[in-house]
Ligand binder design. Structure first.
Ligand code: NAD
Ligand code: ZN
Length: 713
């Protein structure tokens, strides 16, 4: 606090403060609040983009008034205070932040390279600096301490000086070696070093996007079944951070986490640091010791190459199975890194170059309820257009009634919208950070799910244990009817070229078609008489319908829109049975013999073909001339592993996971992800986990690779 002998102290009385100074204080207070929610509570209240915007505003103000900078300013500090619930760990080497450039163009890389060259006093004539370009994973930084090659401690970054001891939880992450691997001797002699006595590996614990979606799917099901205290997670970063900082390791163990190494902390004896001359060598060595290192890492020279890397990753980012929020450039030479050194909270030799955010704030204009092909009612927020995840988004899903209620989204609210990869945009949460936002929210009407279908007026019902309301109107419901037709006509099904949304809408609304066979009864005259339909277009549709009649069993099956039967299941069914009648008459047991068909899918197929009206539709379609080639199928009955179900766990000595799966399936066996009484064999390799224990509990036979190979002969 202020002391009398410091007259120009930093905490001057409020009435002396200029508006600018007041603004700076308000910014700091707001950033402190957000940082606490984000780092300490794992529950951010605003999107990162908003935090970054405020942070940069503060940085700019502080640059104008260097004497206003205080040591506790968010710009001077790393992360957040460690939680008391965990034992505190003092880092042997502080864990820092990385300076961020948020612009999306090339200037971030150029500015960094210029700064490095200036610091190193390189002239224009001197060679380009060598950098390592990496991905900036969106997860949680972890320091893994190995002594004598054994993991002894895992700690979070905390405030950079002190972290939290999360060893118990980290031990449950399968990708993190509990013991360092001794590398096989290879031609690359420099990476065959023995590991040092003390080694701290730094990297990011993260959650893959598919693991995150599946986790939230499970959470939604739990909530639907009335389990108390369950919630869905805002984004993969939060789910990962929450799992790592979970007080119950058995819960952490159920959260699917992954890991990438990107650096080291303490390495001792000190001369062990001379094991590697460059950052890239360091990464390769970590890889040889058993740590996952991302494949996308490149060694490049000069600013232009950094720009090219940034652009390349920006284009391929959506295809990565995990979230990144940018790329990181690091000076490759460790000697140069040392020369460049650190500023208070970040190294000078590294910079993060961000991408457009995958989460943004916007306003909810309305909440609509959409009806899907299977009658599912989905609440959808209509948004004030917002640029997020690289596209302009105007609609975001609220999933179902429970989610909409739990998030308590109301028309007029400010919300966080997330769009990552090709996952449909969703409303993540309502922003209630400011008191005005809160009181406005409270004055708005609660969202309620309609009890009748907004399209056809039929009753909407929610079955016991289901999260969704469904319209009971079936084909009577225009929404279901339209979507069933569009599904059948799509390119991946029977493909009726030119039959798009608009036309289907016209045809259904005018009551010209109600069912799939009606499509094939459409003549030229009926089509040509439609409003805005030229003769030529009508003829094109007639031709396309004719062409679509010659199809394949797989496309036809997929086109029927049986619940849970996607393209790949349709393919497996077609291949297995060869003929439609065999599928229509198959029992649940017979269906279960097909790869990828589990009980839910088998029942859904059975139920579909038990409905007389569905069989009628199929008959009429055949009568209209739809045809495909049929065969006897390669029903696996005669194969060596027919009727057997396998579960794979751990690392097999020679076969990769996919390889083993392919071979078992080729031999007629099934591969399942979880062990049950129905499992015939568990194939266990090294580091086999809970599946092996479960097999032992249930008395399921356990095989090693050699025994499996014997069976495959
Ligand atoms: N939404 C909010 O309210 C809120 C609040 C605080 C912070 N944030 C977000 O947190 C971030 C702030 O900074 P920070 O200090 O936590 O992280 P940072 O952006 O300064 O970067 C440092 C971190 O990057 C990570 N990283 C990922 N890949 C890496 C790689 N290849 N090499 C090295 N490090 C890598 C590490 O975890 C490291 O700790 C920003 O993205 C900010 O938007 C958001
Ligand atoms: Zn309806």
């Amino acid at each position: 606090m202020a002391t009398p002998d410091h007259p120009r102290d930093l905490f001057s009385a409020p009435d002396e403060a200029t508006p600018e100074r007041k603004h700076l204080d308000a910014l700091r207070a707001e950033l402190h609040r957000h940082a606490h929610s984000y780092y300490v509570l794992d529950a951010p209240t605003v999107p990162d983009a908003e935090y970054d915007r405020l942070f940069q505003e503060l940085q700019a103000l502080e640059a104008l008034h260097p004497d206003w900078v205080t040591p506790d300013s968010p710009t001077q500090r790393v992360g957040g205070k460690p939680l008391d619930a965990f034992a505190s760990v003092r880092h042997a080497v502080p864990m820092l932040s990385i300076r961020t450039e948020t612009d999306t163009e090339s200037s971030g890389a150029l500015a960094f390279d210029t700064r490095i060259r200036k610091e190193l006093e390189l002239t224009e004539a001197e060679a380009a600096v060598e950098y390592v370009a990496e991905l900036k994973f969106d997860g949680l930084a972890i320091n893994l301490r190995y002594e004598g090659g054994v993991l002894v401690q895992a700690a979070t970054r905390g405030d950079g000086e002190n972290g939290e001891d999360v060893t118990q939880n980290i031990r449950t992450v399968g990708q993190i070696p509990l013991r360092l691997q001794l590398p096989k001797r290879t031609a690359a002699a420099h990476i065959t070093v023995e590991f040092p006595q003390v080694l701290e590996v730094r990297g990011e614990v993260y959650m893959r996007r598919d693991d995150f979606e599946a986790l939230n799917e499970r959470q939604r099901a739990r909530i639907a079944q009335g389990e108390k205290g369950e919630k869905t997670f805002v984004n993969p970063r939060n789910a990962a951070a929450g799992a790592v900082r979970q007080l119950d390791p058995s819960i952490a163990a159920q959260r699917p986490l992954s890991f990438f190494a990107y650096g080291v902390g303490e390495v001792a004896p000190k001369n062990a640091g001379s094991l590697f001359a460059t950052h890239m060598e360091l990464l390769q060595t970590l890889k040889s010791w058993g740590f996952p290192v991302a494949d996308e890492i490149r060694v490049v020279r000069g600013a232009d190459a950094l720009v090219a890397f940034h652009q390349h990753i920006a284009q391929t980012r959506d295809q990565l199975p995990y979230d990144i929020d940018g790329v990181v450039y690091k000076v490759n030479s460790l000697a140069l890194q040392q020369r460049l050194g650190f500023v208070s909270r970040e190294p000078r030799w590294a910079v993060a170059h961000k991408f457009p955010a995958q989460e943004q704030m916007t306003t909810v204009l309305a909440i609509d309820v959409q009806v899907g092909r299977t009658g599912k009612l989905t609440p959808v927020a209509k948004l004030s257009p917002v640029f997020v995840g690289g596209v302009t988004v105007t609609n975001a899903t609220l999933h179902n009634e429970d989610e909409a209620r739990r998030k308590d989204v109301r028309v007029g609210d400010t919300v966080i919208v997330r769009r990552a990869g090709d996952v449909i945009p969703e409303v993540v949460s309502v922003v209630l950070d400011q008191p005005e936002q809160k009181s406005a929210h409270e004055g708005r009407a609660l969202f309620t799910m309609p009890r009748t279908c907004p399209v056809c007026g039929s009753a909407a019902v929610r079955e016991e244990g289901e999260a969704d309301y469904r319209c009971t109107g079936g084909l009577f419901c225009n929404a279901q009817c339209k979507q069933a037709i569009l599904h059948f006509a799509q390119r991946r099904a029977v493909e009726i070229e030119g039959l798009g949304d608009k036309l289907v809408e016209q045809l259904v609304d005018a009551n010209i078609i109600r069912t799939l066979p009606d499509l094939y009864r459409l003549g030229f005259t009926a089509l040509a008489s439609l409003e805005r339909m030229a003769d030529k277009s009508a003829q094109n549709i007639v031709d396309a319908l004719e062409k679509s009649k010659h199809t394949t069993l797989q496309r036809f099956l997929f086109g029927l829109g049986i619940r849970h039967v996607g393209e790949s299941t349709a393919k497996a069914l077609a291949r297995h049975f060869g003929a439609l009648d065999a599928i229509m008459d198959a029992s649940v047991e017979q269906l279960l013999q097909v790869n990828d068909v589990g009980p839910i899918v088998a029942h859904s197929i059975r139920t579909f073909f038990e409905q007389p009206h569905n069989r009628e539709v199929v008959e009429q379609l055949r009568a209209c001339g739809i045809r495909w080639e049929e065969g006897t199928g390669d029903s696996d009955a005669a194969k060596p592993l027919a009727g057997l179900t396998f579960v794979l766990t751990g690392t097999l000595p020679t076969l990769g996971r996919d390889d083993a799966k392919d071979r078992i399936e080729a031999a007629g066996g099934k591969v399942s992800g979880s062990v049950s009484k129905k499992t015939s064999y568990v194939v266990a390799g090294t580091e086999a986990g809970s599946k092996l224990t479960r097999a032992q509990e249930l008395g399921v036979a356990i095989l090693d690779e050699a025994a499996l190979l014997e069976m495959l002969k």
